[in-house]
Design a protein around this ligand. Structure first.
Ligand code: GRF
Length: 246
């Protein structure tokens, strides 16, 4: 059977991309990352991709006056990579309905909140301002309704009294780095079924926190953390840029 082809879209630092690459290296992704595309030429994740021999493409949104033109150019790049799955991993542009429809059922996103709470930007800051006790992240299918597609998996973290935005972002990001590769694997293995608003794995809803990628013994997998950017050595690209928190 052919290994599913995965194209990853990024806009920044690329720590989720690094987690995906690391998981593929360990033989646990179930797919092959062929291409990484970004709307920003200075996205740190592009260097990580290049350092790992993955083709990189840039479609700069500033080169396109209209959103449709940008979407069209991006779709051309994506189609050339012949993806079975498109992963938005810190991709910070809103995509139009035609683009989303083109990849319906085969495009997923990681969002730094427990959706449907805190759609959009600055999720950690808003969660802290609201005084919520539980925060987290969501991997979901992308639909035309931004940040509202069917939920594949969620991971929750506690909010501590002394958290600032960076501390909370780092705690959530660690979960993102486990959840997103696990969701990609489940997709690539054909285990995800969309039933209305619900996504099932092998006929069951995914209970929170149980969709994990096993780590082989004696293998160090160091997830990148916000602000520290510790990546396992075989994945790290040379330039280390910091992205903005979700
Ligand atoms: C992640 O928190 C993601 O959920 C949000 O932006 C951040 C991207 O981080 N959309 P990175 O570029 O993967 O390090």
């Amino acid at each position: 059977m052919n290994v599913p082809r995965v194209t990853v879209l990024i806009s920044g630092r690329g720590s989720n991309l690094a987690a995906l690459i690391d998981t593929e290296r360990r033989g646990a992704l179930g797919g092959h990352i062929t291409t990484v595309a970004s709307n920003r030429a200075d996205a740190g994740g592009l260097a990580i991709a290049a350092a790992n021999g993955i083709a990189t493409r840039v479609v700069d949104h500033r080169d396109h006056a209209e959103r449709d033109a940008f979407d069209h150019a991006l779709a051309a790049v994506l189609d050339a990579s012949e993806p079975d799955l498109v992963v938005l991993a810190g991709f910070m542009r809103i995509l139009g309905p035609a683009f989303v429809g083109r990849y319906d059922g085969r495009m997923i996103n990681v969002h730094p909140s427990l959706l449907p709470s805190y759609t959009g930007l600055h999720t950690h800051r808003r969660a802290l301002a609201d005084g919520v006790r539980i925060h987290g992240c969501t991997v979901h299918f992308v639909t035309g309704d931004v940040d509202h597609g069917p939920v594949i998996a969620q991971g929750a973290v506690p909010v501590h009294d002394d958290d600032d935005e960076a501390a909370l972002a780092a705690r959530v990001l660690e979960v993102e780095h486990r959840l997103l590769p696990a969701a990609v694997r489940a997709f690539c293995e054909g285990r995800l079924v969309i039933a209305g608003r619900r996504v099932c794995v092998n006929g069951q809803s995914i209970p929170a926190g149980t969709l994990e990628v096993p780590t082989p013994p004696n293998e160090s997998v160091v997830p990148a953390k916000a602000g520290t950017q510790r990546l396992s050595s075989n994945v790290t690209g040379s330039p280390r840029t910091r992205g903005r928190p979700g």
